[in-house]
Ligand binder design. Structure first.
Ligand SMILES: *[C@@H]1O[C@H](CO)[C@@H](O)[C@H](O)[C@H]1NC(C)=O
Ligand SMILES: *[C@@H]1O[C@H](CO)[C@@H](O)[C@H](O)[C@H]1NC(C)=O
Ligand SMILES: *[C@@H]1O[C@H](CO)[C@@H](O)[C@H](O)[C@H]1NC(C)=O
Ligand SMILES: *[C@@H]1O[C@H](CO)[C@@H](O)[C@H](O)[C@H]1NC(C)=O
Length: 313
């Protein structure tokens, strides 16, 4: 039945393209996107004009959520408007109004006008996004520094501390869900590392900068647009962070110093060895110098030593 109806609409719209006895006169385009916030109303201002002699057999309005079926919302036959859903009313010719919006009302809304005398169906669609504002426990953003120690580094005997900044606490992220960004002391924007239990988290790295960090929301995001102009959630929250730091850095400096001392000792030992060897050689060279002409002498000695070697091994 619905398939037949779809085929009828398809054929009708294609056959109609030539004659255009119906003209849409509203200001919005077919396929346009509307954005509203929860609790607000929306009006789809559809209007049309007909050529003389044409008439309309009936009008119907429908809604289709993403991935869902098309559902009839209301119809108009013989000048009688019949809503099939709550919160829907008829405005100005062929417009409809939906009041007290919820995020569930996010959908595509269409109007179909059936022309009299087998004239076919004309259709227009508007996509509606119903956004919801985010909410925090205190009504503003609050940011704290949290320290975390990992067990791993305890096994290694060092005190490896990780610092995190936590911003929140959110009761609801709104819709579409918001996230917070971070601004470091240089004014560079950083994304959050994580979201846990209502808090957005920024992991601070070892080589971090000291100074003021800010947690803030993107004021251009759709859900933030649903906050009142004076909402404290629109303001940045600030926290001071010390420069990368104390235990971890001094521990690594200590390691460096120890290594430096060891290297220095090794170098001194090496120099002493070289000096002693040089000294001995110099002494030996001096004592041999008178015998230098009698080169066969030492050679015989060496030969004897070499002969003696295998037996000793
Ligand atoms: C109905 O149309 C008139 C004229 O365009 C307009 O002034 C009025 O605001 C419309 N009413 C609604 C409820 O849209
Ligand atoms: C760290 O150690 C404590 C106690 O030894 C343990 O309860 C905790 O689960 C450990 N944490 C991690 C992340 O391993
Ligand atoms: C942030 O730090 C925590 C704890 O130190 C760690 O479990 C998590 O994986 C880190 N996240 C990122 C993105 O680095
Ligand atoms: C803020 O949101 C707008 C709209 O969603 C987006 O275009 C822009 O890139 C965002 N800015 C940042 C810094 O993420």
């Amino acid at each position: 039945m619905t398939r037949l109806w779809v085929i009828v609409i398809f054929l009708a719209t294609h056959l109609l393209q030539g004659c255009e006895s119906l003209q849409w006169t509203q200001k919005v385009e077919d396929g346009e996107q509307f954005t509203r916030c929860t609790g607000q109303d929306v009006t789809f201002p559809w209007r049309y004009s007909l050529e003389e002699g044409d008439d309309v057999a009936g009008v119907s309005w429908s809604r289709q959520r993403q991935g869902g079926k098309e559902v009839n919302l209301a119809s108009l036959f013989f000048l009688k408007f019949t809503p099939n859903q709550e919160r829907i009313s008829h405005v100005n010719e062929s417009g409809i109004k939906v009041t007290s919006l919820t995020t569930d009302d996010t959908a595509s809304y269409s109007i179909s006008v059936r022309l009299g005398g087998g004239g076919g169906v004309e259709r227009q669609t508007i996509h509606l996004l119903v956004a919801e504002k985010p909410e925090t426990v205190s009504g503003s953003l609050e940011v704290v520094v949290a320290e975390t120690r990992s067990n791993k580094s305890h096994d290694h005997g060092s005190t490896d501390q990780h610092q995190q900044l936590k911003c929140g606490q959110f009761v609801s992220l709104g819709s579409p869900p918001v996230s917070v960004m971070w601004e470091d002391p240089d004014g560079k924007l950083l994304p959050s590392s994580d979201y846990q239990d209502g808090f957005f988290i920024l992991n601070l790295t070892e080589g971090r900068k000291g100074g003021n960090y800010y947690c803030l929301m993107n004021l251009s995001s759709t859900a933030v647009g649903c906050l009142s102009e004076t909402s404290a959630l629109r303001d940045k929250a600030m926290v001071g962070v010390l420069k990368s730091q104390t235990s971890t850095s001094s521990a690594s400096m200590g390691g460096g110093t120890v290594a430096g001392i060891i290297i220095a000792v090794l170098i001194i030992v090496a120099l002493v060895v070289v000096a002693v060897v040089f000294f001995l050689k110099f002494k030996r060279g001096k004592s041999y110098s008178p015998k230098e002409p009698e080169s066969p002498g030492p050679d015989k000695e060496t030969e004897e030593m070499l002969k003696a070697l295998p037996s000793s091994v």
